[in-house]
Design a protein around this ligand. Structure first.
Ligand SMILES: Cc1ncc(COP(=O)(O)O)c(C=O)c1O
Length: 432
């Protein structure tokens, strides 16, 4: 006897591709032996523990400003936090935004990070086609698919998603089926920064299609990693909102990468319209608000500490990225066709030369110690295992089978020496 599941329930029965893939590693994962470069964890050392403690103390001592901080909050988000986000954007001209750009727009706080705002959006738009770049953020695309959306991944180059390829991909599609555009501005997994001219072009495409369809076709700019662009030589990103005159652009940010994922603070800057009201309603429906104390802590941190925090975090990631680039060049040169990464966020996305890396491949078996050869796998104690995200999970492109994402957020530099020796050994084994 089973339950009568909803369509989403039915779809969710199948474990996500990543859960499926890592299940084998998760059982018996050995701290300090096995290495997990599959997860998107930030580096623990970047989390400002002392500042968070100070923020908490300050909030408890100033109940006039931080009212009822341990009680329920309002679904739009804490007025303090929304004001702090506004001040931070305007005083730093973040994304080129100023007071004028916030007129007719709203800042709302998600129930549980950027993820909950993305999820809310997908509850409110009629399922159809979602245009995104290839490679794509597999966690959200999988959610969308479970909710009945169809993903249309469009090739990216060194400037992000390619507008001409969007036109090609949409040429044979009935636009009445087009739901929205989902664009990650520092793409996960490739970490390619969407150029400003591309932002303008994509908005123009969505605006043109909206006119043709006779309804608004929204575009979400997910800027989860824009706070951690650590190569200072890159073009300063201009917010997609700057180019939007039609009320179709929604920008989503998060404090997860720059402060702490556990705060679960994500926000959206969007047109102050019916859609904003519905998004707030979804927050109310699923949890009333993000925990108010976390919102107040976030507000205090933005007001008092964020600038300093950004500098420390970005210097740390840039140093680590340079260190890893040297390891890539030192260990993988003969096996690698190209890679992206090292300028922003904390991923490298590698394309190997004709070496498949997906589940079932020799490369994968070597690193999961499932070759069946005791000398390679280790007996009885397995040799160190390495988890990564294979390209087949986040791309439909022709090279997906030979691509992989490595996360360098969490693990320390010393671990990466071991990582690249293992990767080189796995390549050698795959070619034998
Ligand atoms: C592109 C992208 N968007 C959103 C998120 C999730 O953000 P949050 O922690 O605020 O839910 C992530 C996390 O890895 C991400 O990579």
């Amino acid at each position: 006897m089973d339950y009568l599941y909803s369509p989403l329930g039915h779809k969710s029965i199948k474990p996500s591709a990543v859960n499926d893939l890592t299940a084998g590693f998760a059982t018996g994962f050995r701290e300090n032996t096995d290495i997990n470069l599959g997860v998107g964890y930030v580096n623990d050392k970047t989390i400002p523990v002392e500042a968070i403690r100070k923020a908490y103390d300050y909030i408890m001592c100033h109940p006039q400003k931080y009212r009822n901080a341990l009680n329920y909050g309002s679904a739009e988000g804490s007025p303090n936090l929304r004001q702090s986000v506004y001040n931070y954007y305007c005083s730093n001209k973040l994304g080129g935004l100023s007071e004028d750009d916030f007129r007719g727009r709203k800042i709302i706080i998600g129930a549980n990070g950027a993820t909950s705002l993305l999820d809310a959006f997908s509850d409110l738009i009629q399922p159809g086609i979602v245009v995104t770049s290839d490679p794509f953020y597999y966690i959200y695309t999988e959610t969308l698919q479970n909710k009945g959306f169809t993903i249309l991944p469009v090739e990216e180059d060194s400037q992000g998603i390619v507008p001409e390829k969007i036109a090609e991909a949409l040429a044979n599609i009935d636009i009445s089926n087009l739901s929205f555009f989902y664009i990650v501005t520092v793409n996960n997994p490739s970490t390619i920064l969407l150029s400003n001219s591309r932002r303008a072009e994509i908005i123009e495409i969505a605006a043109r299609l909206s006119t043709k369809a006779g309804r608004k076709i929204p575009i979400i700019f997910d800027k989860a990693y824009e706070d951690i662009i650590h190569n200072t030589g890159l073009e300063k990103p201009v917010s997609g909102l700057k180019y939007d005159t039609e009320g179709i652009a929604f920008e989503i940010g998060t404090l997860s990468k720059i402060i702490a994922p556990a705060l679960r603070i994500g926000y959206m800057i969007c047109p102050d319209n019916q859609m904003a009201k519905l998004l707030v309603q979804r927050t109310s429906d699923i949890g009333f608000s993000a925990p108010l104390i976390n919102q107040e802590i976030a507000s205090w941190l933005i007001d008092n500490f964020l600038q300093q925090q950004r500098d420390i975090v970005n210097a740390g990631y840039q140093k680590k990225a340079t260190f890893i680039k040297n390891l890539i060049n030192g260990h993988l040169k003969p096996y690698i066709e190209r890679y992206s990464g090292g300028d922003a966020a904390f991923y490298f996305y590698l394309t190997l030369k004709n070496i498949p890396v997906g589940p079932g491949s020799k490369f994968f078996k070597f690193l999961s110690r499932t070759t069946g050869n005791a000398e390679i796998d280790g007996l009885p104690e397995k040799k160190p295992r390495l988890v990564y995200i294979p390209g087949t999970i986040c791309s439909k492109g022709p090279n997906a089978g030979c691509q992989l994402r490595l996360s360098y957020g969490f693990e320390e530099e010393a671990v990466f020496r071991k990582v690249f020796s293992l990767l080189a050994e796995a390549c050698k084994y795959a070619l034998e």
